[in-house]
Design a binder for this molecule. Structure first.
Ligand code: ZN
Length: 138
């Protein structure tokens, strides 16, 4: 069995952002030479997510509005976590959007549905954060 482990780094210019990382994950898979297996992609920070959905700008804006409605950033002092911090909302947004995705690798490709794309979701950005990509198989 082969295995490859790589890290992707991000620093979004605003507090919240959504980045389609499908091409970057496909490139790691291509370099690995793995033809059949599993690909795990996970956020390594508790205020960001990795998730799969449609790469459509209206939908991403809808997600952002929906998350902000569920856990608004302001007023910051309405959260107990925000004694000395200001990112309680980001922890909650991450919990809803998830930590990781696992995608099957079939015949050397990510076996995604027609409209499925892998996203990095950032909820407390403007600093360097990373995700893990681990692919196992043969
Ligand atoms: Zn925090």
């Amino acid at each position: 069995m082969k295995s490859v482990t790589e890290y992707l780094w991000f620093c979004t210019p605003s507090r919240r952002g959504y980045v389609n990382i499908t091409t970057q994950v496909e490139e790691i898979l291509r370099r690995s030479g793995i033809r059949e297996g599993l690909c795990l992609v996970n956020a390594m920070h508790i205020t960001s997510s990795v998730f799969i959905n449609d790469d459509e700008s209206g939908l991403l804006a809808d997600f952002d509005d929906w998350l902000e409605g569920l856990a608004p950033h302001d007023p910051v002092d309405s959260y107990r976590h925000n004694r000395g911090e200001d990112n309680a909302d980001a922890h909650m947004k991450r919990q809803i959007m998830g930590r990781e995705v696992v995608v099957a690798v079939t015949e050397g490709r990510l076996d995604l549905g027609t409209w499925e794309r892998i996203f990095y979701g950032e909820f407390d950005g403007r600093r360097r954060k990373r995700i893990l990509v681990k692919i196992i198989g043969e």
